[in-house]
Design a binder for this molecule. Structure first.
Ligand code: ZN
Length: 166
């Protein structure tokens, strides 16, 4: 399985709710976490590997690996935070994004068990970023058009340069 790269249309599509969290999701969860580790990422959503279902994984240092299925963001803090984000689907690009500082989320894990989580810091940031992937939203959709255009231009050039080297 490969991580889809910016420009792929699936990254702009909304993922579908998972109707039945069957035993196959244990394997899907393992796959997501394995890809995440191999790419040295901290979050990966289904649509990034072409799985158009509402599932994502997080694996940040100091926290256990987590799987979120059919998540809903129940509450977000009024207080926001500027923090530099990157994305496995837009490799090499990092930029500051403003998002709520803390969140409350409700979801199911890969065993079909529901859970609630209230968190802040990097985990809240990753969750919000991954949740966006389920909505077909990328982190560069959350910045000004000017900055986005510059990033897209830079990313395009980078891809051409890298392509030229092979
Ligand atoms: Zn991402």
């Amino acid at each position: 399985m490969q991580v889809l790269i910016f420009g792929n249309d699936l990254l702009k599509q909304k993922a579908k709710p998972i109707i039945n969290i069957g035993p196959e999701y244990i394997k899907i969860a393992e796959d997501l976490l394995e890809i995440l580790r191999s790419q040295k990422g901290i979050g990966l959503a289904g649509p990034q590997i072409g799985l158009m279902e509402r599932i994502f994984a997080t694996d940040i240092s100091g926290d256990e690996p987590r799987i979120f299925i059919n998540p809903s963001i129940v509450e977000t803090s009024q207080e926001t935070l500027k923090y530099e984000e990157g994305c496995l689907s837009i490799p090499g690009i990092y930029t500051d994004v403003i998002r709520p500082k803390t969140i409350k989320i409700q979801a199911w894990n890969e065993k079909g068990r529901p859970f609630n989580l209230e968190t802040g810091g990097v985990l809240a940031r990753v969750i919000l970023h991954e949740y966006d992937h389920l909505e077909g939203i990328l982190f560069i959709d959350r910045i000004s058009e000017d900055r986005r255009n510059r990033i897209i231009e830079k990313f395009g050039k980078k891809k051409i340069n890298e392509g030229g080297r092979h």
